[in-house]
Design a protein around this ligand. Structure first.
Ligand SMILES: *[C@@H]1O[C@H](CO)[C@@H](O)[C@H](O)[C@H]1NC(C)=O
Ligand SMILES: *[C@@H]1O[C@H](CO)[C@@H](O)[C@H](O)[C@H]1NC(C)=O
Length: 339
């Protein structure tokens, strides 16, 4: 693994920080304070990590997660942000659904479900992290991806939302835009990379996307420049969400027509509707201070808590419904049609 390579450590020092950390599950609930603020329930189920002030309505004027949270499920003890994606289901041959649980990444085996989060200034494997970024501000939020995308062409508007079929826990390629077509022995990893160029003014926008932009050409990784409309280079946030498919990998249980059996909680069986949401909630200027530090993954500037403390932070679901953890459901929560 690059980030533990002592040879690299000896050669050069990083200029700025790259951080990578685990977060346990906060709650799995049918809420979406970004797209459906105040709605209880929202149309589809999400899995959510981060600060415990997560509620149906988080309008910035009266809700700063860093001030209202009393704990976080994330390893950095000053990160009360909320991060979420849709939940994943397995559809059986008789049409019933069971929720697919998540598991921690390599090195985060003790965490309860959740995901791995990165903030980067250059590409992941670049130990030097030379390109300085501006951290997100209080009140900032964004989403990426489109749950209504049903074709590869529609999904390709969002270049870096992908799946990795884990042969083992260290598999990192290839990445696909559609759900893996075959069973993945160690699970399905969902990769969500957010856009990195900010308009410099708006903390949010009506579609929660257009205050941000991808680089004008190339990619964040290739140092592609930000467009004039969105000149401020921000950290690249990456989510890695690992769905533990092992109890669903027997092909005798898979559809007889040869298709794959996994479906997002909003009914997408293609995988093209992959999307994720972010509400900033780092305490004070702690994120900027960490990002300005010269460190790679092991950053003393990032205060941390134990896995036990991460796992101890959770909230109760507010929507009282069966979500298919113990029983087979005849419809997905909220009843979106699987298609
Ligand atoms: C549907 O399939 C699941 C998984 O094979 C099984 O456990 C369940 O009993 C079935 N339900 C019905 C109503 O046949
Ligand atoms: C992007 O465009 C700039 C300005 O036109 C150019 O200098 C740069 O080489 C381009 N980068 C890539 C990765 O294509």
């Amino acid at each position: 693994m690059q980030w533990t390579s002592l040879a690299k450590l000896a050669l050069v020092a990083p200029s700025y920080a790259l951080i990578r950390f685990g977060c346990s599950q906060l709650v799995v609930d049918r809420l979406d304070p970004l797209v459906n603020p105040g709605s209880n329930p929202s149309p589809h189920l999400h899995q959510i990590i981060g600060g415990n002030s997560f509620v149906p309505d988080m309008t910035p004027a009266n809700h700063d997660p860093a001030k209202l949270s009393t704990c976080t499920t994330c390893q950095p003890s000053e990160d009360f942000s909320n991060y979420w994606t849709a939940a994943l289901y397995f559809r059986s041959r008789n049409g019933t659904f069971k929720r697919v649980p998540q598991k921690g990444n390599v090195g985060f085996e003790g965490q309860n479900g959740g995901m791995t989060v990165y903030y980067m200034q250059n590409q992941l494997a670049d130990y030097q992290q030379k390109a300085k970024v501006k951290a997100f501000q209080p009140g900032f939020r964004m989403l990426i991806g489109d749950p209504t995308a049903g074709t590869k062409q529609a999904a390709d508007r969002y270049p870096q939302l992908t799946y990795t079929c884990l042969q083992d826990m260290n598999t990192r390629f290839p990445e696909t835009k559609a759900f893996p077509a075959k069973p993945c022995p160690a699970g399905i990893m969902v990769n969500l990379r957010f856009p990195t160029c900010w308009d410099g003014t708006n903390l949010d926008s009506p579609d929660h996307i257009s205050h941000m932009s991808y680089p004008v050409n190339g990619t964040f990784e290739s140092q592609g420049p930000c467009p004039a409309s969105h000149p401020v280079r921000m950290p690249q946030i990456l989510y890695e969400v690992i769905f533990e498919t092992k109890t669903f990998n027997n092909q005798a249980d898979w559809p007889t027509d040869g298709s794959q059996p996994f479906v997002w909680s909003f009914g997408d069986t293609t995988g093209y509707g992959n999307h994720g949401d972010y509400v900033f909630g780092w305490k004070d200027d702690s994120l900027q201070k960490i990002m300005d530090d010269a460190c790679y993954v092991n950053c003393a500037s990032m205060k941390t808590q134990t896995v036990q403390a991460m796992n101890a932070c959770s909230i109760k679901g507010k929507v009282n419904e069966e979500i298919g953890d113990n029983t087979w459901l005849s419809t997905l929560p909220g009843a979106p049609m699987a298609k």
